[in-house]
Every structure is written in structure tokens, then in C-alpha cells.
Design a protein around this ligand. Structure first.
Ligand SMILES: [Ca+2]
Length: 167
């Protein structure tokens, strides 16, 4: 299976080179490549499409992990039972489990947004789980850039730190 895919990929590349779409073509040249592909036969159009998808930069989206909070305060009498909700732009990534009676929790959860592109906000909300209505302990939004970063959000009481990687 893997061998077959590899051979197919090699053939595609060879075909693409004969039609002038070389491996050096960059993202900026895609419109040019597309124009030349447009005038080729159906088979070559397919080959051009495959070649261009191979030429696109490797994109793995957004990964958010490493949540740890300190000095969170919820109800006045007991420590909070904190959990985290995560969004990227309008996409809800999910939430962590909640941890009982703790001011400074650490969560092992990881959130992935495979199709995410840089430039939207990573929204993190910290909540205190209660029997009736959960209370929000803090929230913050940071615009995601390409690369790996560790972010600290300071709330009115306490703060949270997390890491993200955007590629
Ligand atoms: Ca609680």
C-alpha cells in the first residue's frame, strides 16, 4: 500500500515536470501552474492537481495543550472545581475534565484544530463546576501566530498558562 502510493507519487512528479510544473513552484506560483494545467488534457489536469497539492506547504493546523492554572478562586468557602473550554475562532475545540477542590490545577488535555490557519483568536475560558450553575473564573483570547508559543492569561484572581503550536 505504502509502496504503491510512493510509486504513484513519483509518477505524478515526473509528469508534472514534463508539463512545466516543477518541484520548485511555490505557493505564489500556483495561479501560473493552474493556468498551465487548465490547457492540458484531463489526465494531466489530474496530475497537475496532485502535483500542486504536493507543493503546498505542510500544514498541520493548531494544537493547544499544557493547561495549568494558579491561584484560581471561585466560591468564597471552598476551592473551585475548575475546567477549561477552548475555541479557535468560532470552532469549539472541547473542554477538559474538571478537577475537584483545587486552586492550581494542571490538565493533560490537548485540543487540535487540523484545518486552522493563523490569525484567529484562541479563546480559553476557565469555569468552576457547581451543582447548579457553573461560574466563569476567567477568560482570554490571543491571536494565534505560526510557531510554538506559551501564553499566560491573567484573570482578576489567578492565571492560566497554556502552549500552542500553529503550522
Ligand atoms: Ca465549585
Amino acid at each position: 500500500m505504502i509502496k504503491g502510493e510512493s510509486q504513484s507519487s513519483d509518477r505524478t512528479e515526473a509528469t508534472a515536470q514534463t508539463t512545466g510544473v516543477t518541484a520548485q513552484t511555490t505557493v505564489l506560483d500556483h495561479s501560473l501552474a493552474m493556468t498551465s494545467c487548465y490547457f492540458t488534457s484531463r489526465f494531466l489536469l489530474l496530475a497537475c492537481g496532485l502535483a500542486m497539492s504536493h507543493l503546498s506547504p505542510v500544514h498541520a493546523g493548531l494544537r493547544v495543550w499544557g493547561f495549568q492554572a494558579s491561584n484560581l478562586v471561585g466560591d468564597p468557602t471552598t476551592p473551585p472545581d475548575p475546567y477549561v473550554k477552548v475555541w479557535y475562532g468560532n470552532t469549539f475545540g472541547g473542554m477538559t475534565d474538571f478537577q475537584k477542590d483545587i486552586h492550581s490545577p494542571v490538565w493533560k488535555a490537548e485540543f487540535n484544530f487540523p484545518s486552522a490557519r493563523a490569525g484567529s483568536g484562541i479563546l480559553v475560558e476557565v469555569w468552576d463546576k457547581d451543582l447548579m450553575h457553573d461560574d466563569q473564573l476567567g477568560k482570554c483570547s490571543n491571536t494565534a501566530k505560526e510557531g510554538s508559543y506559551t501564553v499566560t492569561c491573567r484573570f482578576s484572581r489567578g492565571h492560566i498558562t497554556y502552549s500552542y503550536e500553529m503550522s
